[in-house]
Write a protein that binds this ligand. Structure first.
Ligand SMILES: NC(=O)c1ccc[n+]([C@@H]2O[C@H](COP(=O)([O-])OP(=O)(O)OC[C@H]3O[C@@H](n4cnc5c(N)ncnc54)[C@H](O)[C@@H]3O)[C@@H](O)[C@H]2O)c1
Length: 266
């Protein structure tokens, strides 16, 4: 303490903990979702519901942590999301936060994108976030607030070559998070998004050709492709008091790719 500044110093390590809190991780059965389950568990989460459309994925990841509970259902369907919130509230009492990781790109030239493909893009990249945020918000409003974290994409911040529908749906998600923050802030609910660049998930790892891998490394100032733990750590940050005054924002996690000057050498 000094004569000039005697303001109290908080326990900063404690601000990074989530001891005694309960979380629901949507799309937690694989990749970034699984890593986020572990990040929250290591930070002290009491109970974590691992949600996945594939029952075995949900159950397997839930079994990896203390207090894990697998739950299977399709979260693009409102009745299923209502069932999820009701089951989570019954099992945990209070849900303090959600992390929604579900999303997937479809690949087609813009002029070939069919009505059905656009519907799918909106369902799998935006509709579940719309449904989950509404239904969990009702629970959080009644229970003193909470945190919501959604995985968007850099493809929603630029053009999205051969995946324009995905980019548009992720842009909608990032816009939605701003409205969530403003309308739900008075209820002490914070909502944020993460926009990853390329991340080496098991699916990407299997799909990448050596040339694609090298090209993705070369474009990054850090010289590497993003890792799942880069996203899980950011989701943890956005779920803790470290980010207590951050809401309505999207954090880009791309190794600095978007920080580059886009016009070449002047
Ligand atoms: N991998 C990348 O390079 C990258 C880059 C930018 C953004 N993203 C975004 O990151 C997120 C995770 O991507 P990923 O490739 O790791 O995902 P993934 O496919 O590996 O995992 C998603 C999980 O969600 C589950 N799931 C799918 N549909 C569901 C539904 N309707 N209801 C419940 N569960 C469902 C899947 O079974 C799967 O286990 C997505 O939102 C994706 O758009 C990924």
């Amino acid at each position: 303490m000094s004569a000039e500044d005697n303001s109290p110093v908080p326990d900063y390590l404690k601000r990074g903990r989530v001891d005694g809190r309960n979380y629901v991780i949507l799309g937690g059965g694989l990749g970034m979702g699984r890593q986020t389950v572990h990040a929250l568990s290591q930070a002290g989460a009491s109970r974590i519901m691992v949600v996945d459309i594939e029952q075995s994925r949900a159950d397997n990841v839930a079994a990896e942590i203390p207090g894990g509970l697998g739950w299977s259902g399709d979260i693009t369907n409102r009745d299923e999301v209502k069932r999820l919130v009701s089951n989570a509230a019954k099992a945990f009492g209070r849900v303090h936060g959600i992390v929604d990781i579900v999303g997937m790109a479809q690949w087609a030239a813009l002029l070939d994108l069919s009505d059905a493909m656009l519907e799918r893009d909106l369902d799998i990249n935006f509709r579940h976030a719309f449904l989950a945020s509404q239904e969990f918000a009702r629970h959080m409003i009644d229970n003193g607030g909470g945190t919501m974290v959604f995985i968007a994409s850099v493809s929603g911040k630029t053009s999205a070559p051969m995946h324009a529908g995905y980019g548009a749906a992720k842009a909608a998600l990032m816009a939605w998070v701003q409205s969530l923050a403003v309308e739900l802030g008075p209820h002490q609910i914070r909502a944020n998004a993460i926009a990853p660049g390329t991340i080496l998930t098991p699916r990407m790892d299997a799909a990448f050709t050596p040339e694609q891998r090298r090209a993705n490394e070369a474009v990054s100032p850090l010289g590497r492709i993003g890792r799942m733990e880069d996203i899980a750590s950011t989701a943890l940050f956005l779920s803790t008091e470290h980010s207590a005054h951050i809401t309505g924002r999207t954090i880009v996690v791309d190794g600095g790719v978007r920080a580059k000057f886009p016009y070449g050498t002047l």
